[in-house]
Write a protein that binds this ligand. Structure first.
Ligand code: DGL
Length: 292
């Protein structure tokens, strides 16, 4: 977050959190674990999911619409719970809104650099996030010796929105997407290249839909690389970032009572209600349908 609305009274206002669909609920879950007193208004733009295959200009336009709806609801800050939006639209949102705006890529990159310890960072993300080069830039700004390889894994978004997060289908999709890791390892071994910097040191869940596949990704990455690697969740790292920001700006919610959670979507909420519980890890109350 770069700018702060430090108006008196803003502490009790909710945080506004949005994503293209259900994925951002993994960030809500992390926020509620780290900052239980914060109230949250969550918006899933389910009428227009996925964002990851759209142009940067379209994603920016959608993101501004989502953020403005949350601003009209009186939120004290916007948490962009979407890597694709964080990759291409943060500056636009900061320019368009008179509110602090935080994203998931910088915190995710920080956690990745720490976990990789000089080895390569492998980012699993949408086509848009990989094409933007946002993780590569964020990691390069933190560590000039850490390489980044991005693997676009768009089918996982659809599987998550459908609630297909268990069984052989997602496992095989993950295995197929991780084939470049096997190819690189075999090529390195054939060349006798044992340099630590050439090896993958961590895998980043670079899309907020992906924590639901964490176990498959851990297991399949270990299989592909021939050794276990840490898996970094940008949702947890982002919640930590929001906690720091709120404390620094004296915007944290007072008291210890559990904050409220309001859920909104842009399409009929039936599918959302069905799948949201597994993302959120708690019961889902009423879901409101809104129009941007
Ligand atoms: N969950 C989003 C992300 O973190 C977007 C997925 C999509 O809509 O394609 O990138």
């Amino acid at each position: 977050m770069t700018r702060g609305n430090t108006e008196h009274g803003a502490r009790t206002a909710p945080l506004g959190v949005f994503d293209s669909g259900l994925g951002g609920l993994t960030v809500v879950r992390a926020l509620r674990a780290r900052l239980p007193a914060e109230s949250i208004v969550y918006l899933g733009d389910t009428a227009r999911v996925p964002y990851g295959s759209r142009s940067a200009a379209t994603v920016r336009r959608y993101a501004v619409g989502c953020a403005k709806l949350l601003a009209r609801r009186g939120v004290k800050a916007i948490v962009v719970a979407c890597n694709t939006v964080s990759a291409v639209a943060l500056e636009t949102l900061r320019a368009e809104l008179d509110l602090p705006v935080s994203g998931v890529i910088l915190p995710g990159a920080r956690a990745a650099v720490a976990a990789a310890r000089g080895r390569k960072v492998c980012v699993l993300a949408t086509v848009g996030t990989v094409a933007s080069g946002a993780y590569t830039r964020a990691v390069a700004a933190l560590s000039s010796r850490t390489e980044v390889m991005g693997i676009p894994t768009p089918l996982l978004v659809g599987l998550a929105e459908e609630g297909w997060t268990e069984g052989e289908v997602p496992r095989l999709v993950v295995r197929r997407y991780l084939e470049p890791l096997v190819r690189d390892r075999v090529a390195d071994e054939a060349r006798g290249d044992a340099a630590a910097s050439a090896r993958v040191g961590c895998v980043v869940l670079g899309c907020t839909h992906f924590p639901l596949f964490r176990t498959f990704i851990e297991e399949e990455a270990a299989r592909a690389l021939g050794e276990p690697v840490p898996v970094v969740d940008s949702a947890t790292a982002a919640a930590e970032d929001v906690a720091d920001f709120l404390a620094a700006r004296e915007l944290a919610a007072p008291g210890t009572a559990q904050g409220k959670l309001e859920l909104c979507v842009t399409d009929v909420p039936v599918a959302f209600e069905r799948v949201a519980r597994s993302f959120l890890g708690e019961a889902v109350g009423t879901v409101e349908q809104v129009d941007l």
